[in-house]
Structures are given as C-alpha cells and as structure tokens.
Write a protein of this length. Structure first.
Lengths: 231, 734
C-alpha cells in the first residue's frame, strides 16, 4: 500500500500530508513532483494544500495544466483513490474531477481555525471507519473555501449522496453560525460520483496527533487504510 | 554636481559627502553617489545607533552567531541550531499597508534563509492608533491582510505576536516581523564572497524600478510628502519566494554554495558590497547580465532597486551548471552576473564600461559613526509627578474589569491571528493566544517557545525600566510555556535620533534591556533599529520590541495559560505593590499617562523564573499565566476564558489599594493552577528560591469571583467576561 503526495510549485501542506502518512500511519509514502508523468504503483494520491502557482489567476486554475494532472485524471478514471485537501480540492474542481467551485470566503478574509464537521455519508472509501453520528473536529485554513454549485448540481449531489462533510456546531447542528466561509448548504467536502475522489476544505492531516489539538483527521485516513486492505 | 547639492536630495549631509570625496580621492559619479547614499543611510549603516548597541551582551555558550550577519544563530543541541531575527517595515506600511507588511515578512524570511536555515515560524509586533479612526482601520486591516497574504502563501506559520493601540502610533504604525528558522549546524551559511574567481549568481525575481531609495525613505520622518513615496514601497510575490526558499535549501543541502546573501534594503549595492567587505575581497558585476523587468533601466536604478525575492549566491565555477540546474527545476531565473576579485573594489560594468568603482568596505563599513547628544526630555519630570493618594478609590470593579477586557489592547486578538495560517507545517503545539507560542522540532523531543513583547507605555514613562521590563516580560512568557530563554532579537523603534530627547530614550532603553539580558542570561544575537518614527515632528513612544526564543527540552512538558481542572488550587507567585503608574487601568479608566512604570528587581524576576521553570519541568503545574496589562483580575479572566472554567479567589488587602491589587501591573508575578497534591512541592521550591507564593483560590464554577478580605469586588459569569473580551476588535472592524 503506497501513498503519493503530489507537489506543485507553491504546495505547502505536502510536508504535513507526507509526515502524517509516514510517521503516524506508518505507511509507505513518496513525494511526486508535478513534472513527473507516471503514477504507477500508488494506491492513493493526496493533492495537498497550499498555493499552487501562487494561486494567481484563480485557485487551482494553473495547477490543473501541470503535466502530472493528466496522469491524475487517468488514475482517477481507473478508479484510483484521490484525496484533495484545501488547494487540492480547488485543483480537483478546476480539473473537472469534482463538481462545483470554490469561491472567495463570504467576507473575503482568510480563516484559520478548528471547525466541526457532520459526516453525511459513511459508506465511502474515505469515511467507512467513522460512526454515523460522529462529529469531526478538524481545522480549516483558507481564503477561498466558499463552495458553490447550481441548484441542479446540488440536487444531483444530494441524490447521489456525494456531499460528505458539512460544517456544523460541536453538537452536530448544521447552521449559519457554524459556516465559516458561506459555503452553499454548509458543504465542506464532496466526493465524485464513482466515490473514489474526495475533495475537502478542512485539513485532516493537521488533526492526526494529540499534541496538535485533535486526532479526528485519522478517522478519514483509517477509513482509507481499511478500504485499501480489503481490496 | 556640487552646485545642485544632489547628495542632499539623496539624504547625505555635506560632511558625509566630504568623507566620500576624501575616501575616493575624487568626485563620485551619479551611480556611486547613489550607492553611498543608500549604504550610508541610517537603515543600512546604523550610524546613529552603532555605539549604543555595543552595550548589549551578545555572547553566550550557545551563541553560534551574534549580531553582524543576516541573523543570529543559537545552538540547541542534536546538531541543530535556531536562527532568528526581527525587522521593522514601519514606513512602507504607513504608506501602503498591504505590500508594506507583506514585503516586511518576505524580507525577514530571506534573512533567515541567507543563514542556510529553513524558516519554520513567523511572529510580529504591531502598533496602531485608535481604531475609531477610519484611516487607522484601513492601515490595520491592510497590514494584517498583508502579513497573512505573504505568510499563508509561502507556508510558514504565523504563530504569535503582540498588538497595542495607542494614539501615538496614529500616523506612524509599527510593523515588526520576526522569522525563526532551523538549521543543521553543518549547513550554516554566511554572506561572504570568499574565493577569488568564484562566481556571483543572482537568482529569483527580475529587477525592476520598485523600491528605489526605500532605505533612504525609511531613514527620514514621515510627512505629508510621504504619500509621494509610494513608489519606494516594494511589491511582494510570496510564490516566487517559496520557490527561492526551496531552491536555496536544496543548493545548501548539496553543498553547492560558498556564500549566500539576500537582497533587501539597498538591493544589489548592499548585497555585493557587504559580501565582499565581510570576506575582504572585491567583486566585478556586469549589469548587462542582470535580468530586468523592463528595458532601459539605468545603472543607478539597477544598483538601487529593492525588487523583492532575489538572492545572491557565491559559487565555485565548477558547480555553476549544477546550481543552474537546481534553480531551473524550481522554475527560477538564475544568472551569473560577476565574479569575486582580490582587489577589495566593487566594480560595476555596463556596456563593457565601468559605471561604478568603489572600495567595498567603504560602502559597507565606513559610514561615519555618530555620537548624538542625549538629553532627558522635560516630560519625564512632569509625568512622574503623580500622587496615587489623589486618585479616587474604585467603585464598581466589575465594570472596570469588563471595560479593560473589552479595550482593544487587552481584548482577544483572534480577529488578527485567525487570518494567519498558524498551523501549517503541523508543528505548532501552543497556538497564538497564550503567553508564548510553542513549535515542536520534528525528530527530537524538543520544542521552541517564541514571543514578542514591549509595553511602550512603560518605556515612555521610563525607558530604562521599560527596557528592562520588555526583556523580563518576554522571558517570563517563555518560562510560562515551560521553556528556558535562549536569546533575544530586538527591534528598536524610536523617533528621530538627531533630537537629543529621542537619543536619550534610545540609550536608556538599551541600558535597561542590556542589564535584563545579562541577568536573565538571554544575549542579543541580532536585531534592527528603526529611527525617524515621527509624523510632522511628533514621535512615537519609544518601542524597543523584544523577540525571544526559548528551548523546551521535552515538548510534552509545555504549559498554557488555560485553567485545566475543577478544584485546582490557584497560586500567585510574586509580590503585589501599590503600583498603578503606566497601567492600562490608569489609561483606560482614568485617562492618565502618569507616574512611573512598575519597579522591577531583576533578582526577584530571576528567582520567579527559575522557580516556575523547575515547577513546570517537575510536572507540578497545570497552567501558568504571566501578569501584565490589566494585572491580576485580567490575568485571572484570561485563564478562565481559555480554560472555559470559573474561579473563586480571595485576596488579602493588607496595605494595598483595591485598584492596585486588582488591576496594578507589579512585575515578576505569575498565576499558576496546580492540583492540591502538588502544593508541598511548589512551596518547597519557592522557599529554596526565596519567592513569595500565596494560594489565592481554586478553579471551578461558571463565574469568576474575587473577594478582597470579606468584600466581594468581582462576580461575573465566564460568559459575560468572554463576550466583553472576544469580539471587540471584530466589532470595531466591521
């Protein structure tokens, strides 16, 4: 079982994802430079957070043209597991692997804080280890996390249970006050129709050790390990 | 040239011009004059401050690099060293807050990089006028966005800082940025152009017209005309700098570099002359090879440009192609622009003609050194004449506590640090909002405690005592987090040093800081002086900001200010006195800037810190919080808020005033919470260290109540307290 962390120029959470897999999960993991053009041998790809290409123009808009992205699309189309975190989520939407877009936060400010997530679907490779009513405490750190999709798209997401995480209070109530960025329907993470590509604004790799303030991110990674072990 | 006195327009005096004539033995040409004017500016040459700075203790067992290089370096064991520095970007931020602050962050990161270190944390120290003023709100929001914009993008967590509001900063805000890096001792770099024949490579951004005479602008007072200096403010590109950091660290790791220097103030002129001067060599550079943003830049503009995100590499010819390969892989432009020579002269060519030819040392080291006149300002006597007995006694302590908690200087700074990514690199183990931030050091058990501190109200009232307190408080914050102080970097923000009253403040503050650094064993390993912080002749309060780094041998022993457990005993370490001078209580409630700052005994401070450090390492302490602005009542409220727990406290009045007891800011005090079983150990330690300790209450309930003898003065729910404290800044900014 091998993880790959894709490094674009300007990625800056690559280190964090790498260390979580290596030091906490103790699984094999490699950095994948954006100019590489083979993804053989990887079981799960992580597109990490950061500011790929400075996020100039629009978040993720330039990264999608990176040589490696062609390979990522094919990897995903073959059913490979892809986890996009924060900037990684933005890149996945730009690349068309996930529906919707991520707009500037409603009040135009960057937010770094812990949020609580209600898990809407525990029957995915990324969430199977999570108990149905469990609320996850995981941090966000972004300026462009305001998820938006048109009404038709939203209905389709809901119908196919593609909305995975929603911002909620610590008690699990989905409310405006629990919504840090104005995301439609409090959406914090969505999955592809086939269920193998997950994008989320919160950073599970920042919630993997007690000394960091939460270990709830491990539920997501443990789900991945479970799924991969059963393959 | 003599007739027009062009040197004066460039900020040089007639005497300084004469020194240049004497040194060169001829008249300088326009390019050379420009180069002298920036290198001999206050910002680059420290010509007014150099002598006074000699007072600082700068050595210690762990010090690997003291002042003089790009940043200080301190040994932390395990083959590792910590490298850190603080620097001001006040003037640019006053004109263009977003870019001014952003490039301040970018500049300090490059200083750390130049030492070969991986930048791992950022801090800052900010001062603004009143948020009631829309112009101040514009500056404040721009500065915060700029700091976040740069740090967040480059992926270095902004883990701590401090923020004060006072009308003396209305037109001249202070923006001081600090960066901390980690380096394997074997990889330490220096900004030295050694090895005749070695190549000089410029890497990073192209050179444009931005920031020309930025350092000259930083070395004069602000005025109405300053708005026209907007082109002197540089523009930052954090993405470029991220690539630059990664590429340079890879070059160092592979041992491809002989020397490394950042381009900051005074741009290429400074980087070339300083590296050559330090190494005792010379240098030839060809301006035709410098990548430019636009055509037709003059040699003067190229040599003085302060375009950001550039580094200068000194490389052996045999490694040139390898260096180029690494830079290109990171998508960076790298160009060989010259070579190291043996004649100690900096020669600048364009179109194969020499356009400047100046001894490197003369530019970098031979600016005149001044001994300005120092005179005690008249205000010192006026304001110190203050009789506490005439101050009316407190009536409603609840109202006073809420007022203090909701004053922007004391209120929660979450509105600010919530805009900074303080978690990236997943090593921040004490977040902003406690006494000091703590980051872990991967692959070791160690941690670094980081803080910035300065109460400029104290330094205004008495710069000597205020200077001591700035150092003592920083050290106290470090110790409260469970660490031992290692060393200091300072950012000395003052008015115009050519005014004797300002220079007196400067000297006194340094004397006080030096004394405290000596006793608390925290040498100064680097820093920055920012003079001319005045607008239309009106100076800021003297603000010698202290950035301090401490070491935790075991990061699991870290400690925060939050009350942890119902039933824990609350203990006050240290003595309280009838001291209200310079307090926030006097300022916010009685609108007085009067009296003397609280007295500080460095011996007591040392005893307190030693005691607290030992108690925390023994695992006796559950929380620790330094008493500072707002005194005991505010500190207790902060412990309650961060822990989500109430407290019941009973104090003895003895011969103290109630307001002094509740809100006085006597020094060398900390409140800790501790389980009752730990009391004997703490008392024993205190006795050994000669420290006053008093159990004053216990943690519990949903309110904070404080009795003085039999009378209850404070009774507020934690919810009420938190509401006052939490949203002040957000409300003022919305």
């Amino acid at each position: 079982m091998k993880f790959g962390v894709i490094v674009f120029p300007g990625s800056n959470c690559d280190l964090d994802a790498y260390h979580l897999v290596k030091d906490v999960l103790r699984k094999p993991v490699e950095y994948i430079w954006h100019q590489q053009n083979s993804l053989k041998g990887y079981d799960c790809l992580i597109l990490p957070g950061g500011f790929s290409y400075g996020d100039y123009l629009r978040c993720g808009a330039i990264a999608r043209f990176s040589p490696i992205m062609q390979e990522v699309v094919e990897f995903a189309n073959r059913g490979g597991l892809v986890l996009g975190i924060c900037n990684g989520f933005q890149i996945l939407t730009e690349a068309g692997l996930l529906p919707g877009v991520l707009l500037r936060n409603q009040d135009l400010k960057f937010y770094c804080q812990f949020v609580h997530l209600k898990v809407e679907n525990v029957n995915t490779p990324f969430t199977n280890f999570i108990e149905p009513q469990k609320i996850l405490k995981i941090p966000i750190a972004h300026g462009d996390g305001n998820y938006y999709i048109d009404e038709k798209g939203l209905n389709s997401l809901l119908e196919k249970k593609q909305v995975i995480f929603r911002y909620a209070t610590a008690e699990g109530v989905v409310s405006d006050e629990a919504n840090p960025n104005g995301a439609l329907f409090n959406i914090a993470g969505v999955i592809s129709e086939k269920g193998n590509v997950l994008g989320m604004m919160p950073h599970p790799e920042r919630a993997g050790e007690t000394l960091l303030g939460s270990t709830d991110g491990l539920f997501i990674f443990q789900s991945l390990l479970n799924y991969l072990e059963k393959l | 040239m003599k007739e027009t006195k062009i040197w004066q327009e460039m900020g040089l005096t007639d005497t300084e011009y004469q020194l240049i004539l004497d040194g060169l033995g001829r008249e300088p040409n326009y390019v050379e004059l420009g180069m002298f004017s920036v290198m001999w500016s206050e910002h680059c040459s420290y010509k007014h401050s150099r002598k006074a700075l000699k007072m600082f203790p700068t050595t210690g067992e762990r010090v690997l690099q003291g002042p003089g290089e790009n940043a200080g370096v301190v040994d932390i064991g395990d083959e590792l060293a910590v490298c850190f520095k603080i620097e001001s970007h006040n003037h640019p931020s006053a004109i263009e807050p977003y870019q001014g602050a952003a490039t301040g962050v970018g500049g300090i990161i490059r200083d750390i990089l130049a030492m070969g270190a991986r930048p791992v944390a950022l801090l800052n120290s900010l001062r603004f006028g009143s948020l009631d003023n829309p112009r101040v709100r514009h500056l404040f929001s721009g500065v915060v966005a700029g700091i976040g914009g740069y740090g967040n993008c480059i992926g270095i967590p902004t883990v701590g800082g401090e923020l004060y509001f006072n009308s003396c900063y209305e037109d001249n805000p202070l923006v001081n940025a600090m960066c901390v890096g980690l380096v394997n001792k074997n990889n330490l770099m220096k900004g030295w152009a050694t090895g005749v024949g070695n190549l000089v490579i410029l890497v990073g951004a192209s050179t444009g017209r931005d920031g020309i005479h930025g350092v000259t602008f930083a070395s004069e007072e602000l005025s109405e005309a300053s708005e026209k200096k907007r082109p002197s403010v540089q523009v930052g590109d954090p993405f470029m700098e991220k690539l630059l950091v990664e590429a340079c660290l890879e070059l160092i790791e592979n041992n491809y570099l002989v020397g490394l220097q950042d381009l900051g103030g005074a741009g290429l002129t400074c980087a070339t002359s300083e590296t050559a001067s330090r190494a005792g060599t010379g240098m030839e550079i060809d301006l035709d090879r410098v990548p430019l943003r636009e055509k037709n830049l003059t040699p003067y503009e190229i040599m003085l440009s302060e375009s950001q995100e550039r580094m200068l590499l000194i490389v052996e010819p045999s490694k040139e192609s390898k260096v180029m390969e690494v830079c290109h892989r990171w998508g960076l432009k790298a160009t060989t622009i010259g070579r190291v020579t043996d004649d100690q002269i900096l020669k600048v060519y364009q179109d194969r003609k020499i356009v400047a030819e100046v001894p490197a040392r003369m530019l970098a080291e031979e600016a005149p050194i001044y001994s300005p006149l120092a005179l005690e300002p008249a205000y010192i006597k006026e304001i110190s004449d203050f009789n506490l007995d005439k101050l009316p006694e407190i009536v409603d302590a609840n109202r006073v506590l809420l007022a203090l908690l909701s004053s922007p200087t004391i209120a929660s700074k979450e509105w600010v640090y919530g805009q900074y990514d303080y978690m990236v690199r997943t090593s921040t183990v004490i977040h902003p909002g406690s006494d000091a931030a703590v980051i872990r050091i991967r692959d070791t058990h160690k941690g670094l405690a980081l803080t910035t501190d300065c109460n400029s109200l104290y330094t205004y009232l008495d710069p000597y005592v205020g200077g001591m307190i700035a150092v003592a408080e920083a050290a106290r914050n470090i110790v409260c987090s469970g660490a031992r102080p290692l060393a200091v970097t300072d950012c000395l923000n003052f008015g115009n040093p050519e005014k004797p009253e300002i220079f007196w403040q400067f000297q006194k503050a340094i004397e006080g800081m030096s004394e405290a650094c000596r006793v608390l064993q925290a040498p100064v390993v680097g820093g920055n002086v920012s003079f001319y912080n005045e607008r239309n002749g009106s100076p800021i309060y003297p603000t010698p900001t202290v950035g301090m780094v401490g070491l935790l041998e075991n990061v699991d022993k870290r400690c925060t200010q939050a009350f942890k457990k119902q039933g824990d005993i609350i203990v006050l370490l240290g003595n309280s006195y009838n001291e209200l001078g310079g307090s926030q209580y006097l300022l916010q409630v009685h609108h007085l800037v009067k009296g003397k700052p609280p007295a500080l005994s460095l011996e007591q401070e040392k005893a307190l810190q030693e005691n607290l450090y030992q108690a925390i390492s023994q695992g006796v302490i559950n929380s620790a919080h330094d008493l500072s602005e707002g005194g005991l009542a505010v500190a207790l409220a902060e412990c309650c808020i961060s822990g989500g727990l109430g407290a019941k406290v009973v104090l003895k009045k003895e011969d103290l005033r109630v307001d002094a007891l509740l809100f006085g800011e006597s020094q060398s005090r900390v409140i800790v919470s501790i389980k009752s079983a730990g009391i004997p150990a703490l008392w024993q330690l205190a006795q050994k260290n000669g420290l006053e300790v008093n159990a004053i209450g216990y943690v519990g309930g949903e309110s904070l109540t404080i009795k003085v003898d039999d009378r209850e003065w404070i009774n507020l729910t934690i919810k009420e307290i938190e509401q006052s404290w939490k949203n002040t800044i957000a409300k003022l900014m919305s």
